[in-house]
Design a protein around this ligand. Structure first.
Ligand code: MTE
Ligand code: MO
Length: 374
């Protein structure tokens, strides 16, 4: 069993898969703090967690098939040290809602395949600059992990070279998470953080960086983490025809109250809380809430956001809260949330029209039904 040496995990995580390990924190805990405590950070592994000895750790840098350099852990630590705060979200976050529309393949994530942390490390930009590459001659930067599938093939992903070579993209080869060495589940000793881009491209246990004309040949770049039209099925799908998911769309979720909870109405109001986030560094500018199917929208307070972030580099989620007025005497309500980002992108209204066979990017209005008590 390749899973005998897995790390210990916090008991409160809701497990969506044991081998490989996949788990998310409960919604109400998720939004307790702007920075997710490391032990509550969601985990999405596709393979067994590799065991890596810091002393023998090695990062290979290659241009196409040719290895140019090899960096030890200490070599990476010598680069100027940057700390960023960035949310990481799985493109499968909220998939469980999409699965209710029509059967699909994928882990049943609720709203918790997302977390926010500080990441400290070297900038990919600085490391690529030292390789002396001319950006115009290549198209992608590929990453490989130390985790291997049964055939010996590593987890892999890539990002466009324009992203990788942009110092303002804040891509970090991180060795610290929330000020501590990165724990095994999250990529010890080095993981790539590509802020604002799907979790899948944030490669953990980084083994190799390849500058290339081509995207990563990995299954997770080529044959997964892509979206299709709602009527595309497994007989008609052609993964080569859709681009890989990179920057994430605008999304929000109601985390408190949770589905089917019984809530006490105080002074005609109930408190509702959640998160909102958009990819590509786009700030959340507003979160709208309704409990009468859109007849009346109320604007939530944005209670926690990254106050140090510059325009176009809002990598962190925004937490919001609202004391929502409810119609007197109503026994059950459905709360809807929609967020708006700095480009005025808004979430789509329903899941039906964005359904796709792998259940990715489920960013429709989030809807939660609760019972009221007076
Ligand atoms: N990197 C490696 N090497 N192996 C993986 O399985 N999973 C990816 C990404 N990086 C993965 C990986 C996916 S799909 C997601 S959503 C994030 O890591 C999850 O990061 P986390 O477990 O730190 O939350
Ligand atoms: Mo993911």
């Amino acid at each position: 069993d390749p899973y005998l040496k897995e790390p210990k995990r916090h008991k409160i995580l809701k497990i969506n898969g044991q081998k490989p390990f996949c788990a998310e924190p409960p919604p109400s805990l998720l939004i307790e703090s702007f920075i997710t405590p490391t032990e509550l950070f969601y985990v999405r592994n596709h393979l067994p967690v590799p065991e890596i000895d810091l002393k023998s750790y090695n990062l290979e840098l290659a241009i196409e098939e040719v290895t140019k350099k090899s960096l030890k852990f200490e070599d990476i630590k010598k680069y100027p040290k940057y700390t960023i705060t960035s949310t990481v979200m799985c493109a499968g976050n909220r998939r469980s809602e999409m699965a209710q529309v029509k059967h699909l393949k994928g882990l049943s994530w609720s709203v918790g395949a997302v977390s926010n942390a500080t990441w400290t490390g070297a900038r990919l930009y600085d490391i690529l600059k030292d390789l002396g590459i001319n950006e115009d001659n290549y198209n992608h930067v590929q990453f490989e992990g130390y985790d291997l599938d049964p055939s010996g093939t590593p987890y892999g992903a890539s990002v466009p070279i324009s992203k990788a070579m942009d110092p303002r993209a804040d891509i970090i080869l991180a060795y610290e998470m929330n000020g501590q060495p990165i724990p095994r589940d999250h990529g010890f000793p080095i993981r790539v953080i590509v802020p604002g881009v799907a979790g899948a491209r944030n490669v953990k246990w980084l083994a190799k960086i390849i500058v290339s004309k081509e995207e990563s040949p990995s299954q997770w770049q080529q044959g997964d983490y892509k979206c299709f039209s709602p009527n595309t099925d497994w007989d008609t799908v052609d993964f080569s025809k859709a681009p890989a998911i990179q920057e994430m769309p605008v999304i929000s979720a109601i985390c408190k109250p949770e589905q089917s909870e019984i809530i006490k109405v105080i002074d005609g109001k109930i408190n509702v809380k959640g998160y909102a986030w958009s990819g590509g560094g786009r700030k959340i500018i507003r979160v709208d809430i309704t409990n009468d199917r859109g007849k009346t929208w109320h604007v939530a307070d944005l209670i926690a956001e990254d106050n140090n972030a510059k325009e176009g580099r809002y990598w962190s989620w925004t937490l919001w809260s609202i004391d929502l007025p409810v119609k007197k005497g109503s026994k059950e309500i459905e709360i809807w949330a929609k967020a708006v980002d700095a480009s005025y992108n808004v979430q789509p209204e329903n899941v039906e029209n964005i359904w796709n066979l792998r259940g990715f990017l489920c960013n429709a209005y989030h809807r939660v039904k609760v019972k009221l008590e007076y």
